[in-house]
Write a protein that binds this ligand. Structure first.
Ligand code: PMP
Length: 439
C-alpha cells in the first residue's frame, strides 16, 4: 500500500522508476533516502509546468509575464506563510534552502547575541552562529530542557553562577550579568535519528528567560505540521527539496524586528529602495525584500507553495499514522537482524519521523549502502550525515582522531510520501542477507 492513495497532487513523480540488477532482473527502485532529498510530487511539477508560459521577472516589469510572475511569487509567500502559521509581525523570506535560511538568521542576529545550540545539530544549525554556546547532546528531552535552562541562567547571570563556573564559557561569555539577546537554535527532528525534539518546552523556557528560539524544521516539516505558534517558535527554517519541491527554494520565517534591523543578507537590487551617487548612500528595503536581493527563485517558491497547499488540504493525521506504521514495520524487521543496531539519542520510545539510522558493527556502511543500490535497487545513505559530532558519538567514535579521521559511519533509511510496505520489506531482507555475508 502506498502512503497516499487518493491525493493525486501528492503522488510522487517517478514512482515507477525501475533499475536493472546484475542478475538480469529488473526491480522497482526503492527510494529510502528522503531525508537527503525527497522526490518531487505532482503538485510541485504541475505548478512549474503551468507557470512556465507566464514566466517572467518578479517585481521588475509591467508586462503580463512580469505582472503574473510577481503575483504568483507573492501568492507563494502567502501560502507558505499559511503552511507555517506565520503571524502578524512575522516575515517570510525565500532562501535557497535551510542552510541558507539559518545563515541568513545568523547574520541578522544583533551583534552581541549569544546562540545556545546542542552539538548534535546538523552542521547547517551548528556552524553559522557567531557566538555559539555549544551544549553536549543530552540523553533525554528532560536533560535537554535542564541543560538549556542552565545555559540561559548562565548567560543571563540570573540565579546562577555564570557560564565560567558552569564550564560552558567561551571568550567573553565567562561572567555573570551578561545581558544581550539570546537565541536557542534547535532541530525539530534529527536528521540522524529521526527523533523529535522537545521544541515547545524549549521555546517556553527560552521565552521565560527573554530569549528567542529558531527551529530547524528541515526534517520535521515533511512529516508533521509546523505551525510557528504551536511550536512556540520565533523563527523557522525549512528546505523545499526535502518537502517534495525540488526547485531550489527554502524559507526563513519569523519575527521581523531583528531581520529589519540587520544589514541585508545580500546587497543589490530589490533589497535597496533608493541609491545615491555617493558610495554608501543607500536606503534598504524592509520586510522580505531586504534579504532577497537579486532576481528571486520564482519557480522554487511557487512549487514549494503548491506542495504546502496540497499538504494543507490533506489529512496529515492519516499520513502520520501511515508513516508510523511503516516505521514500526521497519524497526521490527531490523530488530530481527543480528548485529544491526538502531541508534537513538533519547531512547527507543522517543517519537520519531520516518528516519532510522543503523550501526552495523563489523561492516563498512558505505560498502553495504553501495551493495544495496547495485544488487538490490535500494537507495539509502551512509556516512556521517553532516552531523559529525552526533554521528561519531552514536558510533562510539570518540573523535580523538580529529574531525577528518575515518569513522565507520551509520546507514540511514528515510521515507515519506509514496513509500510502500514492499520498499521497507526489501530493505530488511537485503540487510539481513548483506550483514550475514563476511564483510
Ligand atoms: N537541517 C537538517 C536537520 C537537515 O537534515 C538538513 C539537510 N540534511 C539541513 C538542515 C540542511 O538542509 P539543506 O541542505 O537543504 O540546506
Amino acid at each position: 500500500m502506498s502512503l497516499v492513495l487518493q491525493h493525486t497532487d501528492l503522488d510522487v513523480v517517478g514512482a515507477e522508476l525501475s533499475v536493472d540488477l546484475p542478475d538480469g532482473t529488473t526491480v522497482p527502485f526503492a527510494h529510502l533516502d528522503y531525508a537527503a532529498t525527497a522526490p518531487c510530487v505532482r503538485a510541485a511539477a504541475d505548478a512549474v509546468q503551468s507557470l512556465l508560459p507566464w514566466y517572467g521577472s518578479v517585481h521588475r516589469g509591467t508586462g503580463i509575464r512580469s505582472q503574473t510572475s510577481t503575483l504568483e511569487y507573492e501568492r507563494a509567500r502567502d501560502l507558505v506563510g499559511e503552511f507555517i502559521g506565520a503571524r502578524a509581525g512575522d516575515t517570510v523570506i525565500f532562501t535557497r534552502n535551510t542552510t541558507d535560511a539559518l545563515n541568513l538568521l545568523a547574520r541578522a542576529l544583533p551583534p552581541e547575541a549569544t546562540t545556545i545550540v546542542f552539538d548534535g545539530e546538523h552542521h547547517a544549525n551548528l556552524l553559522p552562529w557567531r557566538r555559539p554556546l555549544r551544549l553536549p547532546t543530552p540523553a533525554s528531552p528532560d536533560e535537554a530542557v535542564a541543560a538549556v535552562e542552565r545555559a540561559l541562567r548562565g548567560v543571563r547571570g540570573r540565579d546562577g553562577p555564570g557560564l565560567g563556573a558552569l564550564g560552558l564559557g567561551g571568550p567573553g561569555l565567562g561572567g555573570p550579568g551578561l545581558g544581550g539577546p539570546v537565541l536557542v537554535a534547535v532541530t525539530g527532528a534529527s536528521n540522524v535519528t529521526g527523533e523529535i525534539w522537545p521544541v515547545r518546552r524549549l521555546a517556553d523556557l527560552a521565552h521565560r528567560y527573554g530569549a528567542r528560539i529558531v527551529v530547524d524544521a528541515a526534517q520535521l516539516a515533511p512529516h508533521s505540521p509546523v505551525d510557528l505558534a504551536t511550536l512556540g517558535a520565533d523563527y523557522l527554517a525549512l528546505s523545499g527539496h526535502k518537502l517534495y519541491a525540488p526547485f531550489g527554494a527554502g524559507v526563513l520565517a519569523g519575527r521581523t524586528d531583528w531581520l529589519d534591523a540587520a544589514e541585508p543578507y545580500l546587497s543589490g537590487g530589490g533589497a535597496s529602495t533608493a541609491v545615491g551617487a555617493a558610495a554608501g548612500d543607500v536606503t534598504w528595503a524592509r520586510g522580505a525584500a531586504r534579504h532577497e536581493a537579486g532576481t528571486p527563485n520564482l519557480l522554487g517558491a511557487v512549487s514549494l507553495a503548491a506542495v504546502c497547499a496540497a499538504l494543507l488540504r490533506t489529512d496529515r493525521a492519516a499520513l502520520h499514522e501511515r508513516e508510523q506504521e511503516l516505521l514500526g514495520r521497519l524497526r521490527e524487521g531490523l530488530a530481527g537482524i543480528p548485529g544491526v543496531r538502531t541508534v537513538s539519542v533519547f531512547g527507543d520510545r522517543q517519537p520519531r519521523v520516518g528516519i532510522v539510522s543503523l550501526a552495523l558493527p563489523g561492516h563498512d556502511t558505505a560498502v553495504i549502502a553501495d551493495r544495496l543500490a547495485r544488487e538490490y535497487g535500494i537507495g539509502v545513505r551512509a556516512g556521517l550525515f553532516c552531523a559529525h559530532p552526533l554521528t561519531r558519538r552514536l558510533t562510539g567514535d570518540t573523535g580523538t582522531g580529529g574531525c577528518g579521521s575515518a569513522t565507520p559511519g551509520l546507514l540511514r533509511a528515510s521515507f515519506g510520501l509514496g513509500t510502500t510496505d514492499d520498499d521497507v520489506d526489501r530493505l530488511i531482507t537485503a540487510l539481513a542477507e548483506l550483514t550475514a555475508r563476511p564483510s
